[in-house]
Design a protein around this ligand. Structure first.
Ligand SMILES: NC(=O)c1ccc[n+]([C@@H]2O[C@H](COP(=O)([O-])OP(=O)(O)OC[C@H]3O[C@@H](n4cnc5c(N)ncnc54)[C@H](OP(=O)(O)O)[C@@H]3O)[C@@H](O)[C@H]2O)c1
Length: 308
């Protein structure tokens, strides 16, 4: 028996927005036909729609992993700020990281090296943004006044093979099993050169393992966007012209850095545009004050033709 549910003018307005998007949303509507609500014709506050479907359609549930990290935490925050469109979830490794991002119930604790620990966070999401990475640590004893270069290492069990390959693969496998419809993965420029200096950091071959995970995602069949960022900077976002490229060509130019805030924005924008689907690209930006700050992300993604 269909339930009769009163809908407020605000909800009614939201429903009319849903109505306008009906063709693209119809397949989602079908799944909730049992909870239709009835709306007498004379009363404009009522209409015939599925309240459950409306909730599904209005927000898409997005999990960002590495949510305690420097870029991941920005993505999580931006998703929370856009609660009209997204239901945010975060995955962090520790209770400490959870508290750092506010400690809300939508922050799950898990370790990407253990696929079972990811299931609660991934179950029921529409999209996944992968922002986890092995993080090299500086060996103690480095004295900059003596010149030379610092040495780095990866903690036991947390090297790039374990985190950037197995850990990312686990996330992709868990997402596939849960029917996730979209994955955005942040990687790094430099992956076309096996001799890139970053690979010798802690003997981790980090870019090689990252690239292997990117390939795994591209072969997974899940609609994806792979963002290979240039050098990340903790600077204000939204004030630079973003540049997309391929095959590390941007590394040969003067413009090979990008603000973490801009990377975070590109991750979220990639969720909305068809033009970003099945694409892999390098990302950098012009220096502040040159060029025109990027606002049209659809046009930005449309420039990209590379699938890997
Ligand atoms: N640094 C650069 O200049 C640069 C350039 C290009 C691309 N990138 C790439 O851009 C991405 C974002 O970089 P970022 O500097 O913003 O990242 P970040 O701050 O280093 O964050 C990495 C996150 O991964 C999490 N993590 C590591 N191992 C994990 C595990 N086993 N299980 C769950 N989570 C785990 C960390 O959790 P904890 O918080 O618990 O440690 C951390 O939150 C990375 O893929 C990075 O490699 C960086």
């Amino acid at each position: 028996m269909a339930a009769l549910t009163r809908v407020s003018p605000y909800q009614s307005h939201k429903l009319s927005l849903v109505n306008q998007r009906l063709p693209e949303l119809s397949s989602s509507l079908v799944k909730n036909t049992s909870s239709f609500v009835s709306f007498p014709k004379k009363n404009k506050k009522f209409c015939r729609f599925s309240v459950l479907a409306m909730a599904d359609l209005n927000t898409s549930t997005v999990l960002v992993t590495g949510a305690g990290g420097r870029t991941g935490s920005i993505v999580y925050k931006k998703l929370k700020e856009r609660s009209e469109t997204y239901t945010a979830r975060g995955l962090v490794r520790t209770e400490e990281s959870k508290q750092k991002v506010g400690g809300a119930d939508d922050v799950y604790i898990g370790d990407i090296r253990n696929i079972e620990s990811l299931v609660p966070a991934i179950q029921g999401i529409d999209a996944l943004v992968i922002l986890t990475s092995a993080v090299p640590k500086m060996k103690p004893g480095y004295d900059p006044t003596k010149g030379g270069r610092p040495e780095f290492y990866f903690e036991d069990g947390a090297n790039p093979e374990q985190v950037d390959w197995i850990g990312q693969k686990n996330q992709i496998d868990a997402a596939k099993a849960a029917g996730v419809k979209r994955i955005v993965l942040v990687g790094s420029m430099g992956g076309t050169n096996p001799n890139h200096p970053l690979n010798s950091l802690g003997n981790g071959n980090i870019l090689i393992w990252k690239r292997k995970a990117e390939q795994y995602l591209a072969d997974s069949g899940i609609p994806y966007t792979i963002i290979r960022a240039g050098g990340l900077q903790d600077k204000e976002g939204g004030i630079r012209e973003l540049l997309v490229g391929k095959d590390d060509e941007l590394l040969e130019t003067e413009t090979k850095t990008v603000a973490r805030t801009d990377v975070a924005e590109v991750c979220i924008q990639a969720l909305q545009y068809e033009e970003a689907k099945f694409k892999a690209f390098d990302l950098a930006s012009k220096p502040e004050g040159t060029g025109t700050p990027t606002k049209d992300f659809k046009a930005l993604f449309a420039q990209i033709s590379t699938r890997f």
